[in-house]
Design a protein around this ligand. Sequence first.
Ligand code: ATP
Ligand code: MG
Ligand code: FE
Length: 347
Amino acid sequence: MLILGIESSCDETGLALYDAAHDRLLAHALHSQIRMHQDYGGVVPELASRDHIRRTVPLLRQVLRESERTLGEIAAIAYTQGPGLAGALLVGAAFAEGLATALGVPVIPIHHLEGHLLSPLLSPRPPAFPFIALLVSGGHTQLMRVAGIGDYTLLGETLDDAAGEAFDKTAKLLGLPYPGGAALSELAQHGHPGAINFPRPMLNSGDLNFSFSGLKTAVLTKVREFGAPDDGQRADIARGFQDAIVEVLVKKAMRAVRNTGLNRLVVAGGVGANRELRRQLDARAARGAITVYYPELEFCTDNGAMIALAGALRFRAGLSIKAAGGFAVRPRWPLADLSAAVSGNQR
Ligand code: ATP
Ligand code: MG
Ligand code: FE
């Protein structure tokens, strides 16, 4: 029971083969377009679409070769239907639907965020349901209660910028290349704790929502105050920014765990790779008898493995499997709409 997974929602082309019968990832391959977009300071949608077209077939060949499997063994094809860039999504969708038609197998359209929040299930020590998921990616910041496949309750989310977006915008203000999240975090290691204190937005709002646009403005104000900050000042700003955002994320995640009485927390999405976030979550968890689960570092950011996994789990549960052909992508797609979409109208 082989499931092919295809991810193409933004600037990463990811393909993977997952064995649903033996619960095993057989192979995965990724091409990141980051270098191509760096000159523009962000993702250029049309360039992204074209590059997905170039990369998909070679990456498919690669996963087949590495797993020593053939196209004929594929039982279903899972692909990211949304949310993401329309043109980029269309490449993956058209490829998946076309190949599935040719092979005579069904397709499984996947919600990109479902892929992210199930990604820790790819690790050797996977969490059991139910769990709280802190999804911190480039486009989203959400706290969710995850009861099972497709059973997601939104507990809180950002009212403006996503955590990854805040990292990237702050990195840009400090002159780091796009996407600067990881580089900013490196820079922060050289900064002095407490040298610069930024506000902790909505820390005590009493709910599980976030807001990060004010933090970004506070950084801008600080950068202007320095004029041209030297290396030490830039490191202090990075440190202050990271400490502020990490404190808010940790506090709210722990509050979600407490409110729901669960003791498992999953952290997914690119910002989940952040070392300081992991360090503080682990420290808090140890005190509160909570277990925190992270995806393997390579599966924090976009990849095909998480889409193949989500496809395999849905395939086994008989959820959202559809005949190939006649498809639409959903560039805007709140995760909260997912249950209704899969149980009701299946296109
Ligand atoms: P979405 O999944 O919401 O559509 P996305 O797919 O672009 O968005 P991801 O690929 O999950 O997001 O994550 C990318 C983000 O993670 C970028 O904003 C990047 O800067 C950030 N990121 C990656 N590594 C780190 C790190 N070590 N510290 C902080 N941020 C990081
Ligand atoms: Mg990306
Ligand atoms: Fe993503």
